[in-house]
Design a protein around this ligand. Structure first.
Ligand SMILES: [Zn+2]
Length: 483
């Protein structure tokens, strides 16, 4: 039996992505257009994303809660920009229990309104603030051009919602969660992101300011991978979220919201994958070490499987996620290719000769060929494997960072921008107007990604003008093709 490989990434990026997602058993399309069935391997990847984020949310003082899936239409309509932004993507329930409903119910596209309603009940005085809540849930936004994990009508996410006494505290929270996302992306997902502010036309419907982490995929396109919004008093006014301050006066709260979704799974696939398929950073990998037994006779099988039992126990006790490939009637070569395609960071081979010498042979997914192969004694595995996983994690972040940095460029003119965005991101002084963004989009297919925080720190707009339209520049913005 031959392993049917994925379409090489270098040949057709789009087909490669779909092949990897399907053949690595991450997900499949559902009978309902735009929806996906997340398979166990893909779901475990999501669970690892979840636990990495959840741990960070709790460490920064947030608590999880759950709010209803159905939101009265009148709630969504309360914040004028919010309804304008979300109306085209809403799924609306008009009937229930065989009867037409008095008021239609929106299937939540996001929960600012429902949580705003709850916050108004929960908050009375300054002593109730800050209120720091997170929800893990599914949301629905009608999707015309679905792509597995990247754009689906229903997707899984977390949405953080917080209320604060002052604008400064709410802004601090907005930035703290943006940094939390950037930290997760770099240290757990091995994706170095660019954190920045969204342009005026790309900000969240109802927000004062929206911030984003933008990740570079293997084809240099950008993927918006998480957002954090400062909502000012917009939702507090719409939902009457007030508190009694220390002077006993009623004031509106300042609120924030922030989210990361199952898009992140697609981001991990596209940031790290290669011609052979997935490459998973160890912290995210559902299986960190796969053990492939090699034997010909039944005696050898008993010997090899016995040794593997011991190795499996040692590694599991050391906190490593191990899988023993016990499938019979399949060659080791087939198994090697299969696990390579599924992106398992370390493959371990154990044959009769290894048992005799008390060793195993390991192969790294991130270092192809002979260079990634090594023989280890069984006694050192307990220490060596966790160390190796850290080394692989760091190497993958370094590779992704090197790739990203090689494709970030400053553009001095519109012509330069046009050239750069064919294979990278262009940083230009931009006017932050919708008309100019649309002109660039229609002529180059590149969109405004963000005003990166780092690059704008030391930059003074001064007399700078937008090289595309000549208007005064608002800041330095990245433009690129994007998902
Ligand atoms: Zn312009």
């Amino acid at each position: 039996m031959e392993v049917q490989g994925v379409t090489p990434r270098s040949e057709d990026y789009s087909r490669w992505y779909t092949d990897v997602v399907k053949m690595a058993d991450l997900a499949d399309y559902a009978p309902v257009r735009g929806c996906m069935i997340i398979k166990p391997y893909g779901y475990e990847l999501w669970e690892n994303i979840k636990s990495g984020l959840d741990r960070r949310f709790k460490a920064t003082g947030h608590q999880n809660a759950y709010f209803p899936l159905f939101i009265p239409m009148s709630f969504i309509e309360k914040e004028s920009e919010h309804i304008e932004g979300f109306a085209p993507e809403l799924a609306v329930v008009t009937h229930g229990g065989g009867k037409k409903l008095d008021e239609p119910l929106a299937v939540r596209p996001t929960s600012e309104t429902m949580i705003g309603y709850a916050f108004a009940q929960w908050i009375n005085s300054y002593r109730d603030l800050p209120l720091l809540i997170n929800q893990w849930a599914n949301v629905v936004r009608w999707e015309m051009r679905p792509r597995l994990f990247l754009r689906t009508t229903e997707f899984l996410w977390q949405e953080g919602h917080t209320a604060h006494a002052t604008a400064d505290e709410a802004k601090e929270e907005t930035m703290r969660m943006l940094e939390t996302y950037a930290d997760f992306a770099a240290n757990d997902a091995a994706i170095p992101v660019i954190a920045g502010e969204k342009s005026a036309s790309e900000k969240f419907a109802g927000a004062e300011k929206s911030f984003t982490i933008e990740a570079m995929m293997g084809n240099t396109w950008a993927l918006q991978s998480g957002t954090s919004h400062y909502l000012g008093r917009n939702f507090a006014r719409a939902f009457d979220i007030k508190f009694l301050n220390e002077e006993n006066e009623l004031e509106y709260c300042h609120t924030t919201s922030w989210g990361v979704s199952t898009r992140m799974v697609g981001g991990i696939v596209m940031a790290h994958g290669d011609d052979k398929g997935l490459r998973l950073p160890p912290r995210m990998a559902p299986i960190q070490v796969v053990i492939v037994p090699i034997w010909r006779t039944d005696d050898q099988k008993d010997l090899v499987m016995g040794a593997i039992e011991g190795v499996n126990r040692t590694l599991t006790d050391a906190g490593v996620r191990v899988h023993v490939d016990r499938r019979e009637g399949i060659t080791p070569g087939f198994k090697f290719n299969d696990w390579e395609m599924r992106g398992v960071p370390v493959r371990m081979e154990v044959g009769p000769r290894d048992v005799e010498s008390g060793t195993v042979v390991i192969a790294r997914r991130d270092v192809p060929g002979k260079d990634g192969k090594r023989t280890l004694s069984q006694q050192e595995l307990e220490v060596a494997i966790p160390q190796l996983l850290v080394e692989i994690q760091d190497h993958m972040l370094a590779q992704a960072t090197e790739f990203r940095d090689a494709h970030l460029h400053r553009a001095g003119s519109y012509d330069e921008l046009k050239d750069i965005v064919k294979d990278g991101w262009a940083l230009i002084p931009h006017c932050n107007t919708k008309e100019c963004e649309e002109k660039i989009k229609s002529e180059t297919k590149a969109s405004s990604r963000c005003y990166p925080l780092e690059e704008n720190k030391g930059w003074n707009a001064g007399e700078a003008t937008c090289p595309v339209c000549g208007k005064p520049a608002a800041g330095l913005a990245y433009f690129s093709r994007a998902y």
